[in-house]
Design a protein around this ligand. Sequence first.
Ligand SMILES: [Zn+2]
Length: 100
Amino acid sequence: MRLAVRKFFCRNSACQRKIFTERLPTFVEPWAQMTLRLIAAIQAIGLSTSGRLGARLAAHLGISTSWMTLVRRIMDLPTPSAGLVTALGIDDFSFRRGRR
Ligand SMILES: [Zn+2]
């Protein structure tokens, strides 16, 4: 894929930033090597499978990626809120192993 974006040059000599590059926030993040849609597809594959299996499935779907990329993209997802805690378990085996 070849993507062309516009660049704008500031004529103000006091301006710290001289070049402004057009952003495409619904398509790709700045400096990203994948589109947002591809990232979403990789995350969906990673969440429904696992690392190596997901990489094999992605290859069948024509997505060239590695298991580590799948894992990294899953780790990029926000952690869902735990919500209201109604019951809390304590791992007493960890206490016996010296962990807190
Ligand atoms: Zn400026």
